[in-house]
Design a protein around this ligand. Structure first.
Ligand SMILES: [Zn+2]
Length: 75
């Protein structure tokens, strides 16, 4: 039997899981929309990681922890 003539590579869209062809315009995404959604996820992920530090209550906790430690450290 001849080798497979399947030259078109397929990949699952990271956003919706749809099959995307390797030569697709928006590869590896199935569409420009999915690409933007994925970028949005990244932006949200980064924001979620950094936002708790901006929370006054967390800063207070960190300050309390640093206070007991920072005493002899700053000397
Ligand atoms: Zn998609």
């Amino acid at each position: 039997m001849a080798a497979k003539k399947k030259s078109a590579k397929l990949l699952h869209c990271p956003t919706c899981g749809m099959l995307v062809r390797f030569n697709d315009e928006d590869f590896p995404f199935c569409s420009d929309r999915c690409r933007k959604i994925d970028l949005g996820k990244w932006a949200m992920g980064v924001y979620k990681i950094s936002s708790p530090i901006l929370d006054p209550e967390v800063l207070e906790d960190l300050g309390a922890l640093g206070g007991s430690h920072g005493g002899d450290y700053e000397n």
